[in-house]
Design a protein around this ligand. Structure first.
Ligand code: C5P
Length: 215
């Protein structure tokens, strides 16, 4: 099987030296990539800027902005059997990027932000896609309700929910996994690399079920 995995944050430029980003470490996505490789699968890892070494034997694509990640994902999605969009893509980017460094002024300044394109949703909208589509939901409140809403809105097969505060920049996580057919699974707090092995098994199992249904 071929896994396409996105990981890490994106950076949205304000000017040549400043950007908007978030605290994603990329650890969950890299752990899933390692677990899939260990199980003998092929991995395309599309990563924003993180302090982690690219997994050996993966096809590694380094990106910075949400637009670069969008293009890389769409370029490779059709060669994947399972797409796991784990990246913390910025939801907004500056409406204009200043070509020169913005000068400090005594009064305040306002930044106009415009929504980025939703990569997960754009894959969910693809007609007759053949890959299993997995999204992540990092929430600070109402995890189950928000994750369920994302599952439907973004038309994915699985949403993996976690607490944004507990998950970001840490080595551990706990997960709530929602499936398209209404099934739900909880995995209690564990190191991200242990969780990744469980997730890879769950994704493969769901992919097999989809294939059987289509046959
Ligand atoms: O809507 P929200 O950002 O919470 O959704 C999270 C899920 O959507 C994650 O799987 C993330 O990778 C994906 N996403 C995306 N493109 C965006 C925003 C989020 O693929 N612009």
């Amino acid at each position: 099987m071929t896994f396409l995995i996105t990981a890490g944050p994106t950076r949205e430029a304000i000017d040549p030296v400043r950007y908007i980003s978030n605290r994603s470490s990329g650890k969950m996505g890299y752990a899933i990539a390692e677990a899939a490789l260990d199980a003998g699968h092929d991995v395309i890892l599309i990563s924003g800027p993180v302090n982690l070494a690219p997994p050996r034997n993966s096809k590694f694509i380094s990106v910075s902005t949400s637009d670069e990640m969008f293009d890389a994902v769409h370029q490779h999605a059709d060669s994947a059997d399972i797409c796991v969009l784990c990246a913390a893509v910025a939801d907004y980017k500056p409406a204009q990027v200043s070509p020169t460094k913005i000068k400090k002024r005594a009064d305040g300044i306002s930044l106009e932000l415009t929504p980025t394109r939703d990569i997960l949703q754009s894959l969910g909208q693809r007609q007759s896609r053949k890959f299993l589509l997995v999204g992540f939901a990092a929430e600070t409140d109402h995890l189950e309700a928000n994750a369920r809403e994302k599952l439907h809105k973004k038309n994915c097969d699985i949403i993996v929910g976690n607490d944004a505060r507990a998950a970001m920049e840490t080595d551990e996580n706990e997960l709530l996994i929602l499936f398209r057919d209404g099934e739900m699974k909880r995995i209690s707090r564990a190191p991200k690399n242990i969780l990744a092995y469980e997730l890879v098994k769950i994704f493969l199992n769901s992919q097999q079920k989809c294939l059987t249904k289509k046959m």
